[in-house]
Design a protein around this ligand. Structure first.
Ligand code: ADP
Ligand code: MG
Length: 475
């Protein structure tokens, strides 16, 4: 007998009925109607969004067991939600939402080689237990491979990430370095690797950490005289994911300690995954020996997604949110927001919010308005203050030093660059720029702009400064 949505659902119901209280069954399962079966995916219709959320929160495990019995391990559940307050003016329409089907990631129990009771452990991820110490993986299960859309721009990085997830420590991609600009999915991919490994190898100790946090922990460990504990802690990890390693630039102490941790992990066949906003060749103020380690494995770039990929990302996001939108609107967003997936999602969220708060339909006019605002907003952010912040950050100075009277060469250069960018990217007059950047006069600003122009043509290193800062300011 061939399976139909009704036959499958009936079997599920009889299993569910045996496992919950009659009242709950009546309330939450009787109103559900099976509507479609395609392959391993069963679509059920539920009366409201609230209903759907309730099922996901309270009965997802039960539903999953029931469904797997009927349709096998790959069973999927799709909700067809009757919307009460929908975005369009039609009275009834439905949205489709895939079941998240993901369990939260459990804390990982391992035996700790140190005497936990004697010393206070500085690592905030350790939850002291009686015999075992638990390490929170810090992973976000919402960043996974299923919702990371593949495209030409990310194919290499994505498949290398999958390979590493299948065989952590067992491929030549060790370390795996994922690099690329802001909002292109580095953090997402890093989590996806961790989440996948926890799925496949629940016993492996996985830890995701940003390099800023890592640096802070290291500094605290030095202050607290527990540098060795810090090192030991990290040497126990099976899969270490460090996000945004460009922040280690200039931090020699942290680089040094990371070098030792890295060597230990690598020698013991443990997997290291790094992300960075630049390729290893372009990283500055990172020790040579560490850079050469970064290059041992594979460096894979994430590029800005092409048009087709942008459309897929938008469509996938809408599908997950259970929202339907005319294609011309998706097209318009994908054509106008190009360089950054985070912005792509930002526009979508604003649009959905605007439409639902004001009970408006999704129209091209509303979309244009939002896209415009988005594009303008990112431009408006460039103030002289912001420029000084970015330039100071880039050279690891504070803004006060940049504005000070000092004649130290590298500080003078930074100051001149700030003036140059202020002239180039704002409408402010030379005098106004001068007064905002350390109370200088307009002639100083003019001189700075000329100097930067000259140096950009003659000095390769300097040109790189200008390019790097331009990138930072325009994102
Ligand atoms: P980065 O760390 O490179 O700055 P993120 O990983 O934080 O970027 O990504 C920004 C947003 O874009 C996240 O919400 C992420 O889920 C989303 N995103 C990026 N690339 C993709 C992709 N290929 N498919 C789906 N979502 C993506
Ligand atoms: Mg990131």
């Amino acid at each position: 007998m061939t399976k139909t949505s009704s036959s499958v659902w009936e079997e599920c119901l009889s299993f569910i009925q045996d496992n919950i209280k009659p009242q709950a069954y009546k309330t939450w399962f009787e109103p559900i109607k099976p509507v479609k079966l395609s392959g391993e995916a069963l679509t059920i219709q539920v009366p409201s969004k609230f209903f759907y959320e309730w099922l996901e929160e309270h009965y997802i495990k039960l539903l999953r067991v029931a469904l797997v019995k009927q349709l096998g391990e790959d069973a999927k559940l799709i909700y067809d939600v009757r919307m009460e307050n929908n975005y369009s003016s039609n009275n009834q329409h439905t949205v489709k939402i895939p079941s998240s089907n993901r369990n939260p990631i459990n804390p990982q129990g391992i035996s700790f080689p140190m005497d936990v009771n004697k010393r206070e452990l500085k690592n905030p991820f350790i939850i002291p237990g009686i015999q075992k110490v638990k390490i929170e993986s810090q992973l976000n299960p919402n960043y996974n491979f299923e919702n990371f859309i593949e495209g030409d721009s990310n194919r290499l990085a994505r498949s290398a990430s999958m390979a590493v997830s299948n065989k952590p420590g067992g491929t030549s991609f060790n370390p795996l370095l994922i690099y690329g600009g802001v909002g292109l999915g580095k953090t997402h991919l890093a989590h996806a690797i961790g989440v996948e490994i926890k799925d496949k190898y629940p016993d492996k100790i996985v830890l995701y950490i940003s390099s800023e946090k890592f640096t802070q922990q290291y500094i605290d460990s030095v202050k607290g005289n527990s540098r060795n504990d810090f090192i030991h802690f990290y040497q126990m990890i099976d899969v270490l994911l460090i996000d945004d390693v460009q922040f280690l630039s200039g931090k020699t102490g942290t680089q040094d300690v990371f070098f030792h941790i890295f060597n230990h992990l690598h020698q013991n066949g443990k997997q290291v995954i790094l992300t960075s906003d630049k390729a290893p060749v372009d990283m500055q103020d990172i020790e040579q020996r560490l850079l050469s380690r970064f290059k041992w494995g594979l460096s894979a770039e994430l590029q800005a997604p092409d048009y087709e990929t942008r459309v897929s990302i938008l469509q996938n996001q809408l599908y997950r949110d259970g929202v339907e939108m005319p294609f011309e609107i998706i097209e318009y967003i994908a054509k106008n927001i190009k360089s950054n997936v985070r912005e792509l999602e930002g526009v979508l969220i604003s649009l959905i919010a605007q439409a639902s708060f004001n009970r408006k339909e999704f129209t091209l006019a509303l979309t244009k308005q939002i896209v415009d605002k988005f594009v303008k907003n990112t431009k408006r952010e460039v103030s002289i203050e912001y420029i000084q912040k970015i330039v100071s950050n880039y050279f690891e100075l504070d803004v006060a030093t940049l504005q000070s009277k000092t004649r130290k060469r590298h500080i003078v250069q930074a100051r001149q660059l700030a003036m140059y960018f202020a002239k180039r990217m704002t409408k402010a007059s030379l005098a106004s720029i001068g007064s905002q950047i350390g109370k200088r006069d307009h002639a100083t600003v003019l001189h700075a702009c000329k100097t930067v122009d000259n140096l950009t043509e003659t000095d390769k290193q300097f040109r790189k400064y200008v390019d790097d800062i331009t990138k930072k300011l325009t994102f």
